[in-house]
Write a protein that binds this ligand. Structure first.
Ligand code: PLP
Length: 397
């Protein structure tokens, strides 16, 4: 089938890259050891600090998010170290796998994939750890396979309350620049992120932001590392350079993205994502479908995972939507495969894009014969544009 107009890329990342950012990338490569590059390097490293809400160190790798996950562990831990990881979904499973492959002693706290990390469970485990065998606690802030956002301040409160010295490592890959994330205020030691979601940049950059405590742990961490080593990065970063060839044109993109984020303001970015998430949930409820996240305090503002009714394959629905309407939605991952579809409402996004996305889903539900109630799109529009929000006199101007 020939499709006209723009493809709708509504997976929970990689996200739509704004034209401004695409144009910023479309430049000749520059000498990564020259003065022009140093300016670029310093500008993006400084700008990233604001987005992570940290005064700490920022490391940028030419890698996907998974590379940055591995970097966080190899830079702070030694073989056999005990690490608590909360099972929140497919991406916490990936953390477990990386940790085990690296020879860490992973204490994987079971979860039902419908809730975030349990502060009460962490308290139980850490309070019995009198010898401080646990060296790190890993939490996926926004679990992209389920649309559940863990409450990091509660995790930190437990650790601080017990004066437990473990490092707090947080995966903010699908929350940064979408959902409020405060690295310093929450005393996170290492934050892991990637370029392809809230930051609106194509895939290919991985980030670690690093607290002073994590830097201290780095001095004693014995896991083997070479390419991922923070120290060589930090040494060169001081002058805006990188030890190895950086992804220059992705850094051009990132510089433009940081400019766009400054123009909009972080608080407005978070409000926008919250509003679009609320409108999406209003549509899901009106359709009579079920949201995967079962704790309203943990609803994700960057994406929503939705169950299809029993006996109706979510992948068939996605296929029908792709073939007929040219929209990509996220697949159910791991044990949710075929049961769930995921809607990304993050990054470069606006009201009409959301209205189009939800219209595409409602049309797809009809085409696929998935039982649902009508009116989901209308319920979302009522959230986006409550009647008489703009006074008639102002509207006419
Ligand atoms: C929460 C989370 N962690 C880790 C990853 C892995 O990142 P990547 O696929 O860029 O390696 C993803 C990717 O979507 C993610 O959403």
């Amino acid at each position: 089938m020939i499709h006209t107009g723009r493809h709708f890329l509504q997976i929970p990342g990689p996200t739509n890259v704004p034209d401004r950012i695409l144009r910023a990338m479309d430049q000749p490569v520059i000498d990564h050891r020259g003065p022009e590059f140093a300016e670029l390097g310093l500008e993006v490293l400084g700008g990233l600090r604001d987005v992570f809400q940290t005064k700490g160190h920022v490391i940028v790798y030419p890698s996907s998010g998974t590379g940055a996950c591995e970097a966080a562990l190899v830079n702070t831990l030694s073989a056999g170290d005990r690490v608590i990881i909360f099972e929140t979904g497919q991406f916490s499973n990936a953390w477990r796998q990386i940790g085990e492959r690296l020879g860490l002693d992973v204490d994987y706290v079971p979860g039902n994939w419908r809730r975030g990390a349990s502060a009460a469970e962490l308290e139980r485990r850490l309070s019995s750890d009198r010898s401080h065998a646990v060296k790190a606690v890993v939490v996926v802030h926004n679990e992209t396979s389920t649309g559940v956002t863990s409450r990091i301040p509660e995790v930190r409160r437990v650790m601080s309350g017990l004066r437990h010295p473990a490092l707090l490592i947080v995966d903010a890959i699908s929350s940064l620049a979408c959902i409020d994330y405060r690295m310093d205020e929450w005393e996170v030691d290492v934050t892991v992120c990637g370029s392809q979601k809230g930051l609106m940049v194509p895939p290919g950059l991985g980030f670690n932001t690093v607290s002073e405590k994590a830097l201290l742990a780095n001095k004693n961490a014995k896991l083997a590392r070479s390419y991922w080593d923070w120290q060589q990065m930090l040494n060169q970063n001081e002058a805006g350079f990188f030890p190895f060839t950086p992804a220059t044109n992705l850094l051009f993109a990132l510089r433009e993205a940081l400019k766009m984020m400054r123009e909009e303001g972080l608080a407005n970015i978070f409000r926008r994502h919250a509003r679009h998430a609320e409108a999406t949930r209003a549509a899901v409820r009106a359709w009579g479908l079920e949201i995967v996240c079962e704790e309203p305090l943990e609803y994700s503002n960057s994406m929503t995972a939705i169950f299809t009714p029993d006996g109706h394959d979510a992948d068939r629905l996605r296929k029908i939507i792709l073939e007929n309407l040219d929209m990509s939605l996220g697949a159910g991952l791991g044990k949710l495969a075929g049961k769930v579809f995921r809607v990304g409402h993050l990054g470069s996004f606006n009201d009409l894009m959301l209205a189009g996305t939800l219209s595409g889903i409602e049309m797809g539900l009809r085409l696929a014969g998935v039982p649902h109630r009508e009116g989901g799109v209308m319920a979302a529009l009522n959230v986006l544009a409550p009647a008489q929000k703009i006074e008639p006199a102002k509207a006419a101007r």
